[in-house]
Write a protein that binds this ligand. Sequence first.
Ligand SMILES: *[C@@H]1O[C@H](CO)[C@@H](O)[C@H](O)[C@H]1NC(C)=O
Ligand SMILES: *[C@@H]1O[C@H](CO)[C@@H](O)[C@H](O)[C@H]1NC(C)=O
Ligand SMILES: *[C@@H]1O[C@H](CO)[C@@H](O)[C@H](O)[C@H]1NC(C)=O
Ligand SMILES: *[C@@H]1O[C@H](CO)[C@@H](O)[C@H](O)[C@H]1NC(C)=O
Ligand SMILES: *[C@@H]1O[C@H](CO)[C@@H](O)[C@H](O)[C@H]1NC(C)=O
Ligand SMILES: *[C@@H]1O[C@H](CO)[C@@H](O)[C@H](O)[C@H]1NC(C)=O
Ligand SMILES: *[C@@H]1O[C@H](CO)[C@@H](O)[C@H](O)[C@H]1NC(C)=O
Length: 924
Amino acid sequence: MVLLLALVVILSGEPALCLQEEGAFTLDGDIRQFAVTTDTVYIATEETLYQLSHSLTLVQSLSLRGILKEGKSVEEAQFHRVSETTERNATFNVHVLLPFVANKSLVSCGATDNGCGYCEVLDLNNIKTIIYSERIQVGPLRRSSGSVAFLMNIENRGTYILTALRKEERHSIKCNTDYNTVNIHDTSDEQGGGIFSTTDTSVIPPISSGGDVEFVDGFQINSTVYLLSNVQSGPRNNKVRLVWLTTNSSKTQTLRSLRGATLVVADGAESSRLVASSVIPGEPPVLWSGVFSVDGGQTNTELVVFDISPDLTIAVDQDPDFCFGTCTGSKPTPKRLKPKAVLLRQNYMTSVLALRQRVWMVFFMGTSDGQLIKLVVDKNYHPACLTVLYRANDNRPVFPKIHLDQVDHKHVYVALRHQVKRVPVSNCSTFTNLQECLSAQDPNCVWCSSKRSCEFEDDCKDSEWLSIPEDFHNDPVSYKLERSHAGQLKLIVQTHLTTRQKDLSGFACQFVGAFGEMCDRNNPPPQFPQCTCILRSGTLPDEGLNLTVRFRLGTVSFTEQLKLNNCSNIRGSPSSFLCERCVKSGCSWSKTGCSWDNLGVGNASVCQTIKSKMSFSPPEISSISPSVVSLYGRNHAVLSGYNLSDVTRVRFQRDTACAAQESPVWNNTGVNLTFHIPSTDYKGVVSVCVVLPDGSCHGNYGISYQSSPTCIRTEPNSTWFSGKRTITLIGSHLEFVEGVIHSHNPQDVTLPRSSNSGNLTYETAAAKSTQQSFFSSVSLKVANETLVCSTSFKYHPDPEFIAFNSLTTMGYVLIIVEKKKHELEMTTAELSVWGVHGGKQHPCIMTGKETSNKMEFFHCHIKNIPDVTFQELMIQYGDRTVRLGPPSLLPQVLLILRVLIPCMFVVLVMICRWQKKLTTEKKL
Ligand SMILES: *[C@@H]1O[C@H](CO)[C@@H](O)[C@H](O)[C@H]1NC(C)=O
Ligand SMILES: *[C@@H]1O[C@H](CO)[C@@H](O)[C@H](O)[C@H]1NC(C)=O
Ligand SMILES: *[C@@H]1O[C@H](CO)[C@@H](O)[C@H](O)[C@H]1NC(C)=O
Ligand SMILES: *[C@@H]1O[C@H](CO)[C@@H](O)[C@H](O)[C@H]1NC(C)=O
Ligand SMILES: *[C@@H]1O[C@H](CO)[C@@H](O)[C@H](O)[C@H]1NC(C)=O
Ligand SMILES: *[C@@H]1O[C@H](CO)[C@@H](O)[C@H](O)[C@H]1NC(C)=O
Ligand SMILES: *[C@@H]1O[C@H](CO)[C@@H](O)[C@H](O)[C@H]1NC(C)=O
């Protein structure tokens, strides 16, 4: 017993050791503040301030608990950390966390338990060393968002802390504070007013704002400060405002330089709100990306790019929403900035980080359903296929800030509730050959010639490499077919690559067909990135010509398979599909149809403008069931519509830049067809069309992928051998579960009886006859996946009913059923009882259950029945029916007492049992 106890202690002690997952650090509470310097990560939770290395190992932690010593006034209250072991009944809530690298300090400000401001300056390299502390408000006092604080430089004057506060954070009578909308605090005593002071040498008029302003972000680039906010302009109206400040000689001069603009995502869309923001690094113009909520809600969000370069031609202090000195009088409508591009529409985005990789822009977005998404965009704002870098298996929202690991530039830090993760920005090494490496469309990855592997550019410093081109291309190789007047066929092949190659003269191509070399001897020489082949034969076979092109560049070589078609053979009624086929075959499309490239327009974008005039009725999709699935997809989905008879496949496409997935059709009635919805790694909407034998795809229906099911526990956690016990499974996203499996009989899939997101009910299957109780773990079947529930479940022998007693009293018959006590924990709802009298069954309404050491007693009432003595009882549970013989000789007086004094029941029943035993013995 002692041994067992020790074992239990060891087992239950294990999670408390807090094993840290690779690339992640788990904190003692939800993340409140999160800041990063070159090599250190600082995180504040409610209880603790952490200092972590760039690879997320703990360096130091500082408790945010101590004693708040009340003084004569609130201002005199002082927060003390006496020692970690003494009484700690007050908390320092950190709302501002600013690493001040030049000063080797970390400024942490917030409020203590009395609700008033408090600040500490800590040693940046060892946060346990507190350099300075003061009871003062810098930044917000409350946790709610809507205020920002950041470090700001004024040339020749040093570094300051700029805070932009929401209305309710500005004044507190209790704490005797009175702040402006925008405040500039000193960071050292040498700056005039003393550390944290907001006064200037001159009197400082405020930057004020009339209505409620919610600040989203603020930062400085060179000598301009940018403040981004949502200004409510009506119950459902919102303006996204940008304020520029020029950091001039003094705090006052800086505030005086106020200019503003409005960011307009779409004309007339007055309800859009700014959710998150990130500057896109680079030379001027100043490009900036924002996540906007289109309708002000959480769901409908988009990533938009603006040019927010300051316009110094605007007069200062002429803004309707913010003012410095001139706060009255009518103000002109501010300048309206329009987006340069809308890059992505995706639900639930909450955060963004923008980076650059060569000419490419790389965006990382966090979502409130726990995804970290990466989107690569070329210099023409053309996005490649988005990828999911990380997905939390629950739906934990991603914290509004994402930071880059500045030591290796290969990871980003994301905060998910009580955990911070270091996620690689690319998985280059998973691509094993050049084609895979390039088709990943990831500018972070290069094909490294010397290592013959796909690497981060940094890891291929001393070698030549190949990477994707500066502008987006779906395929690494494209080609064109021209026919000269003399009837010669000219094939022009172009590679879409960026290379760091010293010598491009080594570029060569070889064109090989079934019968060897395909090109004429007097071919023009190759010129990177293009090769030309004058085909030996001036005609192409009707079925097309297969061709292999071997490219060589320095030490790297790769091949590409092409299929050449006779352009004039690509015929049919004009459709965008025919046009695409034409262009893909290296031919060009014109009004007259498909022809050799020297005649028409060879650009695939022309195909999207073509309105099909089809000679047949195209298939149409009217519904897909289900259209909301988990990440695992769904087997046997049903698609209904019209003209489906010829449909052979169903195509799934996330985005035009992404490769499509296809699924064969299983059963097709012309109006309905069944198919499998494949699994994916992406939560979001995917568009579905149906494919005809010629490859054309019709219809556009959205399927939404959502989180996968999880299960936490079952209620109850056992069943009896004969089965049919109703079990409720508790978890999340259980509506996607197709069946329940028990480990003792994995072939038998039980269908759910009903389910919703939080719970699912099913009936257990019977176990083959056994004597002993056994464990049988529960799994969920979702499409082709089997998810094991982390819960324990037991099969027990069927319940044993011993005897029953009945008593007529006050107009009804009371029945007590005696059952052997059992781990099954049967409830009254699981039993149905009938009294049998004269061949008739009288239902007995369950009224309760009592338990003694060894027995359980169920009682029920049979109403509207004359005084009868039931000779038999019929009991049903699951799909078993048992019959109990004549009642025992339970003294009626005890039953009457039981009815009158319910709490004595158990004691009485014990007496009854003892009496009964005596009666039996007497009989013997
Ligand atoms: C915290 O503890 C100190 C000293 O132990 C005590 O004076 C103070 O009243 C306590 N404050 C609260 C809020 O319990
Ligand atoms: C900031 O200043 C640096 C140095 O003068 C300059 O190279 C850079 O282009 C400027 N950046 C922006 C966005 O103006
Ligand atoms: C060309 O290759 C494809 C497979 O890639 C094959 O199905 C087809 O039959 C080949 N055509 C010819 C003419 O060899
Ligand atoms: C196809 O549908 C028919 C009629 O509904 C059904 O009998 C048949 O079993 C189905 N076949 C498959 C492979 O699902
Ligand atoms: C097609 O599917 C729908 C919905 O699943 C169903 O109501 C209808 O009866 C089906 N029609 C045929 C012909 O199978
Ligand atoms: C099963 O459930 C009962 C009551 O709900 C509980 O006391 C028991 O610990 C559970 N058993 C297991 C193995 O989880
Ligand atoms: C299951 O879900 C339904 C509907 O949301 C709810 O009424 C019920 O209480 C849930 N049952 C359990 C055991 O959580």
